[in-house]
Design a protein around this ligand. Structure first.
Ligand code: ZN
Length: 407
C-alpha cells in the first residue's frame, strides 16, 4: 500500500549512540537489539474512525524507536498492518449506510495525512489485511498441519490450551478480558474458553473471501502473526522478530495470542520484545469511543494547532504512562515550543554538543522524553544569556532527527 511521504532524518554521524534500552512488558528493561538488522511490527489501525490522540501517542513512541535505531546504524525493517476488515468497521459502515471499503479507504487516507503532519517516519510497508489473504491462508495451514486447528460448525479455532503456562493473569480474568475484546469464551463446543477464532465463516451477508477453510474471513490475532511472519521472518531467527508493539490494551489477548499462535505454527518464539504505550485520557476520563470523548488529530489540525505542538505535548510525558490530555497541556507545549524556536533563531546559543549527547542518552534510556524536553527548555533559557557557540543549526537538526521535532 502507498505510504505517506518520508520525513527527512538529518544524520548525526559525529555522535555516539549507546545501545537502546526498552521496557519489555514481561521482562522489564532490556537491550533492544540482537543484530545489526532490527525488525519491528506495530499493530496498526482499524480504519473506521480517524486518528485520535491515543493512536498518535502509540505511533509516536514507535517512531522514536525507529528513529533511534536508524540513527544508530541499524538496518530497520518496520512493518505495520491495517485491519481493514473487522466488526467495528462493518458496524460503523452499516450504521451510517456507507460502503465499508469506501469508509476504510477514506479513513486510511486521513490516518496517513495525520501521520505525515506529525512527522512520523512511515513504516517500510503498511500492509492491508484485505491484500494479505494468501499469506494468511498459508499461515493458517501451518497451524492445521501441526494439529492446533479445530473446526466448530463452519468456523476454525486455535487450540491454545497447551500454551497457557505463562498466562499473566488468572484464567477467569483472562476470560473476562477476552470477552470484552470480542472473544466468545462461552461458545458451546470450544475446547478451551480462550481459544481464539482463526477463520470465521461468512454470515449475514458480511464480506467474505474464498479459502481452503471455506468462505469467510480471518480472525484478528492470526492476521497480525501471518503478516508479521510473512514480511519479517528470515526462517532462521528465534525469536522471529525483534519487537512487537502497540497500545497497552493490546497486551492481552492480542499480543499474548499472537505469540502463542506463532509458537504453535512455526515452533519458534515470535518476538524478543513486547513494548506497549500507555493510554491517553481526557480531563480525568479514559478516552474511548464508547464515552464519545475522543480528540482527533485531524480536528486539532483543522483548528490550526501546530502539529509540532501536538508532538511536543505527547512527548512531554513518558510513553508507557497512562496520561491525561487537556487544552492546558497543549498551551504549555505551545509555550515551550515558542521558547525553543526563539533560541534556535539566535545566531549564538549555549553549548550544543553536550546537549545533543544528553538527548541521545535520554532516548537510549527507554525513550525518556520528559527528561529530553526539560533539557531542551533549560538549554533554550540558558541560551538567552550564555551565547557561546554558533551551533543553533546543529541543535535544530538533532532534535528533528531524534525527536521528530522540526522547529
Ligand atoms: Zn496486531
Amino acid at each position: 500500500m502507498n505510504i505517506w511521504p518520508q520525513a527527512y532524518l538529518p544524520p548525526l554521524d559525529n555522535f555516539k549512540f549507546p545501545e537502546l534500552i526498552l521496557c519489555d512488558s514481561n521482562a522489564g528493561l532490556v537491550k533492544a537489539s540482537r543484530f545489526k538488522n532490527f525488525s519491528i511490527y506495530v499493530c496498526g489501525i482499524t480504519p473506521y474512525d480517524s486518528t485520535h490522540l491515543g493512536h498518535a501517542a502509540t505511533y509516536l513512541a514507535f517512531d522514536l524507536i525507529n528513529r533511534y535505531q536508524i540513527l544508530s546504524k541499524h538496518e530497520v525493517n518496520f512493518i505495520e498492518n491495517v485491519t481493514d476488515i473487522d466488526d467495528p468497521l462493518l458496524e460503523r459502515a452499516k450504521r451510517d449506510t456507507l460502503n465499508w471499503q469506501a469508509l476504510a479507504s477514506e479513513q486510511v487516507e486521513l490516518f496517513k495525512s495525520d501521520m505525515s503532519a506529525l512527522r512520523i517516519i512511515p513504516p517500510k510497508s503498511l500492509v492491508k489485511v484485505t491484500e494479505s489473504f494468501s499469506l494468511i491462508e498459508k499461515f493458517i495451514t501451518l497451524l492445521s498441519d501441526r494439529g492446533f486447528l479445530y473446526k466448530l460448525d463452519k468456523d476454525y479455532y486455535f487450540s491454545v490450551g497447551d500454551f497457557l503456562n505463562d498466562l499473566p493473569i488468572s484464567v477467569n480474568e483472562a476470560v473476562s478480558i477476552f470477552k470484552e475484546c470480542g472473544g466468545d469464551p462461552e461458545r458451546a463446543g470450544k475446547k478451551h474458553p480462550l481459544d481464539p477464532v482463526i477463520w470465521q465463516a461468512n454470515r449475514d451477508g458480511d464480506p467474505g473471501w474464498p479459502s481452503s477453510f471455506g468462505f469467510g474471513r480471518p480472525g484478528w490475532h492470526v492476521e497480525c502473526t501471518a503478516i508479521a511472519c510473512g514480511h519479517l521472518d528470515n526462517s532462521i531467527s528465534d525469536p522471529i522478530i525483534d519487537l512487537q508493539g502497540g497500545g497497552s490494551d493490546l497486551a492481552f489477548p492480542h499480543h499474548y495470542m499472537s505469540a502463542k499462535i506463532v509458537n504453535a505454527a512455526l515452533g519458534r518464539k515470535f518476538a524478543c520484545l513486547y513494548v506497549h504505550s500507555g493510554m491517553i485520557g481526557l480531563d480525568g476520563e479514559k478516552m474511548s469511543k464508547s464515552k464519545g470523548n475522543l480528540v482527533f488529530v485531524s480536528k486539532l489540525l483543522e483548528n490550526k494547532v501546530d502539529p509540532m505542538v501536538i508532538r511536543w505535548a505527547l512527548l512531554s510525558e513518558h510513553y508507557q504512562v497512562d496520561r491525561q490530555y487537556s487544552s492546558e497541556l497543549l498551551k504549555e507545549a505551545q509555550a515551550d515550543v515558542d521558547l525553543l524556536r526563539a533560541a534556535l533563531s539566535r545566531s549564538e546559543v549555549a553549548d550544543s554538543d553536550q546537549l545533543i549527547n544528553d538527548l541521545i542518552a535520554d532516548l537510549s534510556n527507554n525513550l525518556d522524553t520528559p527528561s529530553a524536553l526539560n533539557r531542551l527548555v533549560l538549554w533554550a533559557k540558558k541560551s538567552q544569556t550564555d551565547e557561546t557557540f554558533n551551533k543553533a543549526g546543529q541543535v535544530s537538526r538533532a532534535i528533528d532527527s531524534l525527536l521528530g521535532l522540526a522547529l
